[in-house]
Design a protein around this ligand. Sequence first.
Ligand code: AMP
Length: 283
Amino acid sequence: MRTITSIDEMQRIADGRRSGRGTVGVVPTMGYLHDGHASLIRRAKEITDFVIVTIFVNPAQFGPNEDFNRYPRDIKRDTELALGHGADILFVPGAGEIYPPGYSTSVEVERLSGKLEGKARPGHFKGVATVVAKLFNITKPNIAVFGQKDAQQVVIIRRMVKDLNFNIEIVVNPTVREADGLALSSRNVYLSAQERSESPVIYASLRQAEAQIRGGTKDPLTIKENMTKLISERKSAAIEYISIADTETLDELGTLNQGGSVLISLAVRFGNTRLIDNLLMII
Ligand code: AMP
């Protein structure tokens, strides 16, 4: 079977692959796969010879009042989708396999982890960095593919790879969206019909910001205010944060100067569902 749950077995297979001629790609996910994940798997298949998709809903990256218990799961469908898009192996460990009794080690990417998503979700990126480091050691990839959807995650993983000397290339794929602009997310299934119909405002606000920056607006505060206005027209939307930041340090920008790159990102709640999105632009 192509689904593996044991770390030992996964490492044996990875060692075998690494001693051969081909390259290994990994796509780490939390499952409930959609077309966004599929695009990463296809990309991994294009650029490597052996693709490992990992599915692990990582308890360490959820806060105590977050949706760990209700996070959607459908391993049968995920298996079909992953294999259908080119995965060679699925690594689906249990929580006890990843965090056995006595487990004590974590990876903290300082500074970057405390900003934006990390400020809103304390401990989140410690959980992410730790599990991704473990998954790298278990699957031993040449290349790991991540989505731009989680922009801060990409910045943090790149930093970790550099700081801890992982010999792994990080490849980032663009965000896959519904026709109306909503970024695909496993969490979209939580949305009520009303919330779903209002949710495209997130991407609309990003496009509005982009157009205003292109049009010459230099003050991030003005752009954020205009995004806030647009989103607030939707009854079910509650903004958690809007950020216009440097793409590497994730520090908020005071003014928008030509020649730089900018990460516009936001988190918005629709009822109990927290959605994030972002847009990266060169100005
Ligand atoms: P998740 O299962 O949500 O942890 O996501 C696993 C990987 O898929 C991460 O690298 C995400 O950034 C990526 N991903 C999630 N949603 C999308 C999307 N809509 N488009 C592209 N990549 C995505």
